[in-house]
Write a protein that binds this ligand. Structure first.
Ligand code: 2YG
Length: 274
């Protein structure tokens, strides 16, 4: 899992309104509506659960330590969605205890390995990688006007890619996986063979040329060569760095949905509260 840097997120709190407008123009849904769709509840039904729901972001100092602005950005996203969000004054276990004492309903916390939303009342844990995979599959479904029977390429067979593949298959896509670790794709396809049929690509450039729907779930920069990508292709790219180069991003314009944190966090919160 790639570690965010402060510069990846420090602008987010102040630009959430603009981001939401851009997202709506690209996928036709606001961040909240997208996350509600993933969680399986209508936005108005969800409002009853969100209003007054207290979300506490707890900074965690383990491993490589705190990322400046990370907890602030989580709070800003939660507030933007209508939650009552705050950061614990203390970190780590003291911060977790404070969240309980301050009657938080949901705790958001991440160390270097896992980023979770824990609903203290529902006793439910939502993992960021899984929520991100689901969120981007739904977002691509929106961008494409439906995935049914359409070939869809998932690049990267880690937790984000696997949950994106499962969700895209559930939305009707014919999913092909591609990863440097071919055995990882084979094991995943075998494990889920009763759920859907997953194909495996052994050449990324060839797969890019034959797919108009692509999810980049890799931690690699510039892995998607835009020369191999078709003129009608739509790409959803969670996380950092983006798999499409800066000039590729300019060329693709609204055909690329790239987001490093907001969609994953919005889905985590809506799934935790649903
Ligand atoms: O509490 C803090 O400030 C730090 N312990 C946060 C560390 C986060 C490490 N993880 C990442 O940077 C990303 N994997 C987070 C999720 C990115 C979006 N998929």
């Amino acid at each position: 899992m790639t570690r965010l840097k402060t510069e990846d997120i420090c602008q987010m709190p102040d630009t959430l309104e603009t981001y939401d407008r851009d997202l709506k123009s690209v996928i036709g849904l606001s961040l909240k509506d997208l996350a509600c769709r993933v969680a399986g509840l209508g936005p108005s039904a969800m409002d009853g659960y969100i209003t007054g729901c207290r979300v506490c972001a707890v900074p965690v100092t383990s491993g490589q330590g705190i990322i400046n602005n990370f907890s602030e950005t989580l709070c800003a996203i939660a507030s933007h969605l209508g939650f009552d969000a705050f950061i614990s004054r203390q970190t780590d276990i003291a911060g977790l205890s404070e969240a309980f004492e301050e009657n938080a309903d949901i705790v958001l916390a991440s160390d270097d390995d896992r980023f979770v939303a824990i609903h203290l009342g529902h006793r439910q844990v939502v993992d960021n990688s899984q929520a991100t995979g689901r969120g981007f599959a739904f977002a691509l479904d929106q961008m494409a006007g439906g995935l049914t029977s359409r070939p869809l390429l998932v690049v990267g067979c880690g937790p984000v890619g696997q949950h994106a593949a499962l969700t895209a298959a559930a939305l009707g896509a014919r999913v092909t996986l591609c990863d440097l670790d071919w055995a990882c794709c084979r094991d995943f396809a075998y494990r889920h063979r009763h759920y859907a049929e997953f194909s495996i690509a052994d050449s990324l450039p060839a797969a890019l040329r034959t797919h108009d729907l692509i999810i980049d779930a890799t931690p690699a920069a510039d892995i998607l060569d835009v020369q191999s990508i078709g003129p009608a292709a739509l790409i959803a790219a969670p996380g950092v760095p983006c798999g499409v180069s800066a000039e590729g991003r300019k060329m693709l314009g609204p055909r690329l949905l790239w987001d490093t944190l907001r969609i994953g966090v919005a889905v985590m919160l809506m799934e935790a509260v649903a």
